[in-house]
Structure formats: C-alpha cells, structure tokens
Design a protein around this ligand. Structure first.
Ligand code: AHM
Ligand code: MG
Length: 340
C-alpha cells in the first residue's frame, strides 16, 4: 500500500463523523480511547509467554510490584482509559457483578460502555488467539450517571459494536451501523491501519462449521441432526462441511466473518440457556454479523431483537452466513427439546 493511502483508525473515525454534521465527537473519543486500551492490552498479551521469566499472577515483577492476571489487567486498563473523558455515564463488564458508575470527580456523558475485557481466557496460557469485545449504547435516562435500564437495551438500540482479536496480528473490527470496518495494528508505528474496509461475509460462503462437539450428547435432537447434516451424515445427503473450533469466540467469529460458515454455541443440558453472555458477547457480534450481510440468532429468532432482563443473561448463539443460520433454525424448530 502506498504511504499516502494509509488510513489510521482515528482518521477513519473522523471521516465517518463528518458524514453526520450533528455528531458531537463523543463517540469518536470513545473509539479512540478504546483503541488505546487495546494497544495496552495487546502489549501485555504479547508478553504472556514470558510469564515465568518476568513474573505475573500473584508474583512480583522485576520492579518488586505485584503483577496481575491478564483478564484483571485488561479490565483495569479499559476502565482507566474510559472513566475520565466525559463521554460515558457508566460501564458494565463481564468481569463485574453490577453497573460501574463513572466516579463523581469526572464529568458524566451520554453513552454506556458494555465490555468483555478478555474473552477466551482458557486460551491465554497456550498462545491461542483471545479478544476484547465492546458495545456502546446511548443513555436513556436523563441526568445522573446511568442506571441498569440504560444498560439493558435491546441490540437494535446498539450504536457501536466491535471487538479486538489478539492473534498472529492484532485487529480491531467495529460497526456503527454503516458497514463493518477492520483495522490491523502496525506494531512498528503503534497505529491501527484500515486493512479490511467494508467487510462482507463471502457469497457464496465457505462451508465451515464451528461448535464444541464434545457436548453432542447434551444437545437437543434438532442440534444433533443439524451437526450430523453438516458432517454429511444427515438424511439430506449434503457433502461434509469443514470443521474449525478454537474455543475463543472472537477468533471463531472473526474467521466466520472473513470466510463464511456458521459458529454455534447451542444450549445443552449443562447450560440450558446457553453459555455465552447476551450483552457482552452475543449482541456486538450480532450487529457486526448483520452489518456484514449475515445473520445472528439464538436458534429461534434474531439476537438483536432480544430485550435483556439481566446484565449477565446467557443465550444460545448461532452466527454466520445467512443460509446456514436459517438452516440451523429450521432443524431446531423440528426437535428443540433437550434430552430428559
Ligand atoms: P469466557 O468468557 O469464560 O472466556 O468464556 C467464553 C468462551 C468463548 O470465547 C468461547 O466461544 C467459549 O467460551 C468456549 O467454551 P467451551 O470451552 O465450552 O467450548
Ligand atoms: Mg467472555
């Protein structure tokens, strides 16, 4: 790419904002602050393999300071990057029981930040991709520092959804309802550069399915028949799909977005409502998936239509190419019950 064609994330956000003359710049500030938090987290994630040398998690580092686990570190980095800008009224995090208000010493803004600081924690220690997931909503209540109701809005009210994947390179992908844009961190200059403008799920999609198949026995008959069919074993005699499962939602979804296919985390007898969290994990991915031409369902209907009642509510999740998510819903409708 020619030097002159390089578009940094800040420039991209600024240019998007110019299309909306009524914009206050608050949203851009939030995204810029999140970009900084992502770089700080990336720096630590990249050192994860050096833990034994440098020390972490309950041990002291070389300066004699206590060092933290990476997910706790990520939570604090995001909180500290976002608390003082005057853009947010409150935050909620997968790592925190309740709403986190902006401290009184700082001005409160009109937006709510919902985030999962470091998703895929079982993959941290084994050098496999992990990620940060975020959502931004407009505050509903007037005045004050944000309430639970401000955080419990349906996905259709989402203003921005995005994620950062810490993989072989670090990428930030977001949508503000006008397409999906992906930026890759250039470590030599410390900037996220536009590398994937206007991402669309490929048409026709590649035939990948992604699910933790070890739970097969716990699934409904509909879910089992669906996966049998994807493996080419069903009545309908389809050719087998290819299977990929990393166990980090961000990485599994990122592949699905770029290649097509279907990611599934069904409900099962151990997690009758599903494992993944509606607010922190499902909704932002659902916005991106829809904006890229795909579908996101809980197995019965669109994820973005669900009105949450609990901050940490779980949901089954089906994400990816429209035709495969439609097909999943069809199988589930026919035999939805979990084994007794
Ligand atoms: P976490 O929030 O504890 O990290 O769990 C979420 C992760 C997702 O990234 C991933 O899709 C899923 O859990 C994997 O779960 P399983 O090990 O049951 O397949
Ligand atoms: Mg998580």
């Amino acid at each position: 790419m020619a030097e002159s064609a390089v578009i940094t994330i800040d420039r991209h956000i600024m240019e998007e904002e110019r299309k909306h003359p009524e914009a206050t710049g608050r949203l851009s500030n939030i995204l810029t602050d999140l970009g900084l938090a992502a770089k700080l987290i990336q720096r630590e994630v990249a050192k994860a393999g050096l833990v034994d040398i440098l020390g972490r998690a309950g041990r002291e580092n070389v300066q004699g300071e206590d060092v933290q686990k990476l997910d706790v570190f990520a939570q604090e980095v995001i909180y500290n990057a976002m608390d003082h800008g005057g853009n947010l009224c409150c935050m909620v995090s997968e790592e925190h029981e309740d709403v986190i208000p902006i401290p009184e010493e700082f001005p409160a803004g009109d937006y709510v930040l919902v985030f999962d600081p470091l998703d895929g924690s079982s993959n941290i220690d084994v050098n496999v991709s992990i990620g940060t997931i975020f959502s931004i909503y407009r505050k509903l209540s007037s005045g004050g520092r944000g309430t639970r109701e401000d955080c419990l809005q349906p996905g259709r009210a989402l203003v921005v959804g995005g994620y950062v994947v810490y993989g072989s390179s670090t990428m930030l992908v977001y949508s503000s309802g006008a397409g999906v844009h992906g930026f890759t961190l250039d470590p030599s200059i410390g900037e996220f550069l536009l590398s994937h403008p206007n991402i669309r799920l490929p048409e026709p999609p590649q035939r990948y399915y992604s699910v933790n198949e070890a739970y097969y026995q716990r699934w409904s008959l509909g879910q089992r028949r669906l996966v049998d069919t994807l493996k080419g074993m069903g009545d309908k005699g389809t050719k087998p799909f290819r299977s990929r499962y990393i166990g980090s939602l961000v990485a599994d979804f990122h592949r699905t977005l770029l290649k097509g296919g279907i990611f599934m985390y069904p409900r099962d007898t151990a997690s009758p409502r599903g494992k993944l969290r509606l607010l922190y994990e499902a909704v932002p991915m659902a916005l991106i998936c829809e904006q890229a031409g795909g579908r996101a369902s809980d197995g019965e209907g669109d994820i973005l239509d669900i009105v949450p009642t609990d901050l940490h509510q779980r949901t089954p999740l089906y994400l990816g190419s429209r035709e495969f998510v439609d097909m999943a819903e069809e199988f589930l409708r026919e035999a939805p019950d979990l084994p007794g």
